[in-house]
Every structure is written in C-alpha cells, then in structure tokens.
Design a binder for this molecule. Structure first.
Ligand SMILES: Nc1ncnc2c1ncn2[C@@H]1O[C@H](COP(=O)(O)OP(=O)(O)OP(=O)(O)O)[C@@H](O)[C@H]1O
Length: 264
C-alpha cells in the first residue's frame, strides 16, 4: 500500500524561476493496484514518482509504504521497498557487467555482497528460468556483457531486476518511450505479466493514452501539479480516448499527437 498525503514540491524556491511542481498531492494505492499516470508536459508526473522514490526531498506532506513512513528516508534505503524502471534503457543496468552479474546484484539487493562474486548454482538456475520468460534467448547468454544488448533487451532485464525481490511498489517512468513500437509492446506485455504474477502495486507513467487505458485497474490524470482525475475498476474499463481528450480539454491542457497516436 502507498499513501501520499498532501505533498508539495517546489523547484528553485525563492528565485525568479520558482516552480511549484506538486501542489499538495494526495494519492492512495491499495496493495495490488496498477495505476497508469497520464498528463501533458510539465504536469508533475515524474516529480511525483521521483518524490516517492526519494530522488529529492519534498517541501511538506508525507509518504508511507505500508506502515513505514519513508518521507525522510534517503533514496538508497527506499530502494529496499521500491523497484524502478526509467525511460533510458542505459540507466537500469550496468553496461560493463555481465547479464548474470546484474541479476545477482538485484537478487542480493540490500544484502552485503562481500568481496567475492560467488554464484550459487541455484541462483544461475533461477536466472535462466526468469530470462526464459522474456522469450529472447537470453537464458543461454548469462555471461554476455549487458552493453552488447539492445535497448529492448536491457529494458526487459531491468524489469526482471526491479521485480526479482518482490518490491512493495513498482515505479515505471515512461519505460517504453525510447523503444521501437514492437519492442515497446513486448516490454509492456512483460510488465503486465510480472505485475499480475507478483500482484505488484504499480505506478506507470505513459505518454500513450491507449496504453493508459489498456493496462492497470486505475488511471490517474495530472495537470499543473495536481491529480485532476482518478478512476478505477469498471469505470476505468469503460473509458475511451475521447473521454480522456475531453478531460484534457476541460483542464485546458494541450494534447500532442504522440499522446493520442502513441507515436514518439
Ligand atoms: N529537477 C528539476 N529542477 C527544476 N525544475 C524541475 C525539475 N524537475 C521538474 N521540474 C519542473 O517541474 C514541473 C513538472 O515537471 P515533471 O517533469 O514532473 O513533469 P511531467 O509531467 O513528468 O512532464 P513530461 O511529460 O514533460 O516529462 C515542470 O515545470 C518542470 O520544468
């Protein structure tokens, strides 16, 4: 469960460039909620995810995961609760390390690694099993350098890593936006499979309205640092792109072609 209460975030406070990116945002995700997040440029979507992940402190308000108050917890400690996948496929994995070394880091997250990279055979077996889920043949390339893989392959492995130890919360920030349409589709389907399989509480920012409608049991729309629409269950299932366009229009937001058509 995630509970965000009244969070405010201001950038460049007290300067001519002062920007209030979040105006007292409230959000509660129940365990297993999969919420897609949409909104125009500068709506505050990434700022909301970054505030939850602890990339920077918030000005006020509180953030709880289950019963733990993480508002003042440093980012590296929050990583024990949170799995993240970013837009840039290069960010989630270490390019100069092997596939299995990256996976081992994820498996031993929060534990002392010591000086040795001693693999237990059971771990390699687990990695092979997880990688075969991707259907990319990577289970036979455990010692390949991550840097040799394509963006889609790296993003798929980042997803596996983010969910290797079941996180309390999964944060996805436009994680398929840098991929070609076919690869993006595969990574989205993998995302959905992992979320369902592990019943993960998930927040997924997407610029694509169709994907926001297709995935998850909840949809959240942001505008100008506020959540202006939060819909779930049957009501979400009935929503159409046209409904979303109307909401954007009422909010006075501009909608780009890529949001409607899903192109980059
Ligand atoms: N690190 C930062 N320093 C200064 N201003 C920032 C920073 N991050 C975000 N902002 C500003 O905060 C506002 C919200 O930005 P944010 O990136 O959260 O929007 P977004 O909804 O994710 O938009 P986009 O879809 O364009 O990525 C914008 O005005 C942005 O310029």
């Amino acid at each position: 469960m995630l509970e965000v209460k009244q969070i405010v975030k201001t950038f460049f406070k007290g300067t001519v460039n002062e920007k209030v990116a979040l105006h007292g945002v409230d959000l509660r995700l129940e365990s297993g909620d999969f919420a897609t997040v949409i909104g125009g440029n500068g709506a505050g979507k990434s700022t909301l995810l970054n505030s939850i992940a602890g990339v920077f402190p918030v000005d006020s308000g509180s953030i709880h995961i289950n019963d733990t108050d993480i508002t003042k917890m440093p980012e590296y400690k929050r990583a024990a609760f949170i799995g993240r996948v970013f837009q840039d496929p290069m960010l989630g994995t270490a390019g100069n390390m092997q596939i299995e070394e990256n996976l081992l880091l994820a498996l031993r997250r929060g534990k002392r690694m010591g000086l040795k990279w001693a693999f237990v055979p059971k771990e390699r077996e687990l990695f092979r099993e997880r990688l075969s889920l991707l259907g990319l043949g990577l289970e036979d390339r455990l010692t390949a350098r991550m840097g040799l893989l394509s963006g889609g392959q790296r993003q798929s492995i980042t997803l596996l890593m983010a969910t290797m130890l079941r996180p309390e919360l999964l944060l996805l920030d436009e994680h398929t936006a840098a991929l070609d349409p076919k690869t993006a589709e595969n990574v989205l389907n993998l995302t959905d499979k992992l979320v369902q399989e592990h019943n993960l509480t998930t927040l997924m920012i997407t610029h694509n309205m169709r994907d926001a409608l297709r995935f998850g049991n909840r949809l959240i729309m942001m505008n100008n640092g506020r959540i202006i629409f939060d819909v779930r269950g049957e009501e979400k299932k009935k929503l159409t792109v046209q409904d979303l366009l109307e909401r954007f229009e009422v909010a006075g937001d501009t909608v780009s072609d890529r949001m409607v058509l899903g192109t980059k």
